[in-house]
Write a protein of this length. Structure first.
Length: 487
């Protein structure tokens, strides 16, 4: 993660990057004053004010001592013991050390005052609002004292104060937009990373959008947001997600023309109070994100359009990744030929149904079905005809079973049917119907089916349960095929 991306100060914690950046600023400041210290000691030692110099040494030692102890603790794998309030005090002591150095110079040179601007920069980069305001006040007070200690009085004192404080104020004004832009970029990068994570953590596009929409308020001055699925002509199909309440009200209904433009042009459409942009696709529908702005500050207006344009691709990536994940999940759980659940889903569902039957104490039956002599059918009429026959058989079976039943392809021409809340007698009746439906199909040749049924005995696990149904299927085949047996 970039260094600046970690610089988020709270009142209670400080991260390593903030501390290290402070150390870098201190080293830069120390390097800048070394030539001046050389002049004081070697060229003009007679003008040195020893008392102020000693005070500067003490203040510097305080800052250096805390820094060295913290570095030692970090080197040993420990955490940060320096908190933001302590950081503010240490930075203020560093500013006082600069003032003491100016006073020790003994003349109206103000050669150390530029070092104070490093404090302004430091407070802006790693500080929050209270640290920036407090740091500016401390810097101005230290500067006033530096001017006074330098011996300037009267109009010279007043002129130096006005110029210095004006320069400090201008420095803050120059730094603020840079800091604001950097802070926006940090939040934008954080949001983009989070959106990528959300796409992989949530099971549906709707849930991904429900989590993502509130995050937009960290970057944009919005009071409402909604994600809607629309048709090609802009007509509303459904509300996928809304914030801060689930009912978006008129926000989901208004702006049909803008929604069509956002879909066709592929760029955000921004008005004074709302914004529409393409959020991707959910199935055959188009996802449109609608934002309603709250109070927009003068500074936010300059970056509003750029921020929305930067967020826009993240939503396209979110819905595209969700669609890709959902496709992969579908392919991993579905038989590609017949479109019914595959062996993996059969086992997963059967584990769940056994737990449900254990809690409800209701019967659970499972059946293994096999198409008789299907290899001969394939060899005679070809695999294309065989595939069509499998799809036709599965079609009539699916039309007969209940919604809570699971019909899956176990492998080849073998299928499994899970029947919750069904005893042995009821399961046999269902399988007899499926066998009769298979027998009546108009195919290239007659195909029959054999089936074996087992009802859970409340003790066996999934493999044992399925094996018992498979043994019943073996009995049906051994006894002449085209029949249903149970164990």
């Amino acid at each position: 993660m970039p260094l600046l991306a970690q610089l988020k100060v709270s009142r209670n914690e400080l991260n390593t990057s903030q501390f290290l950046l402070g150390a870098i600023v201190a080293i830069i400041g120390f390097s800048a004053i070394m030539p001046a210290i050389f002049v004081m000691f070697v060229v003009k030692p007679g003008q040195l004010r020893v008392g102020y110099f000693d005070a500067m040494v003490v203040a510097t030692l305080i800052v250096v001592s805390f820094s060295v102890v913290q570095l030692y603790q970090l080197r040993r794998g420990g955490g940060m013991f320096i908190t933001p309030p302590m950081l503010f005090v240490l930075a203020s002591i560093a500013a006082l050390a600069t003032g003491f150095m100016e006073a020790a110079d003994g003349g109206p040179h103000l050669i150390f005052v530029p070092i104070l601007f490093l404090n302004v920069l430091y407070f802006f980069v790693v500080g929050n609002a209270w640290m920036r305001v407090g740091g500016g006040i401390v810097t101005c007070l230290v500067y006033l004292w530096c001017v006074y200690a330098s011996g300037l009085r009267g109009s010279s004192f007043l002129a130096s104060v006005i110029v210095g404080i004006t320069v400090i104020g201008l420095a803050q004004l120059m730094i603020f937009p840079i800091w604001a832009n950097q802070n926006r970029n940090i939040k934008l990068l954080s949001l983009q990373r989070r959106i990528v994570e959300i796409a992989g953590e949530t099971p549906t596009t709707e849930q991904s959008l429900e989590i993502t929409l509130p995050l937009l308020s960290r970057l944009l001055p919005i009071r409402r947001a909604v994600a809607v699925a629309v048709e090609k002509d802009g007509n509303l199909l459904s509300v996928l997600a809304a914030w801060p309440v689930k009912d978006p009200g008129d926000l989901a209904l208004g702006g049909t023309k803008e929604a069509i433009r956002a879909r066709l042009e592929g760029v955000p459409i921004i008005s004074d109070s709302k914004c529409w942009f393409l959020g991707g696709f959910a199935g055959s529908a188009t996802v449109i994100i609608v934002l309603e702005f709250g109070r927009v500050s003068w500074l936010a207006k300059f970056s509003l359009e750029d921020t929305i344009k930067a967020i826009h691709p993240s939503f396209l990536g979110l819905t595209a990744r969700r669609a890709h994940i959902e496709l992969l999940e579908f392919l991993s759980q579905t038989d590609p030929l017949t479109g019914i659940p595959n062996r993996r889903v059969i086992f997963d569902n059967l584990y769940g149904e056994i737990e449900r039957a254990r809690r409800s104490e209701k019967p659970l039956s499972v059946a293994m079905l096999d198409l008789d002599h299907f290899k001969i059918f394939n060899d005679t009429f070809g695999h294309v005809a065989g595939d069509k026959a499998l799809c036709a058989i599965v079609g009539v079976w699916q039309a007969r079973v209940r919604a809570q039943d699971t019909l899956g392809r176990f492998g080849g021409e073998e299928f499994t049917l899970i029947m919750p809340e069904t005893d042995t007698q009821g399961a046999v009746l269902v399988l007899e119907e499926l066998r009769a439906l298979t027998d009546k199909l108009n195919l290239e040749a007659k195909i029959t089916a054999s089936a074996g049924v087992a009802t859970w005995n409340k003790l066996e696990d999934v493999p044992t349960f399925l094996d018992r149904a498979d043994q019943a299927l073996y009995n049906a085949k051994r006894r002449g095929r085209n029949r249903v047996e149970y164990l």
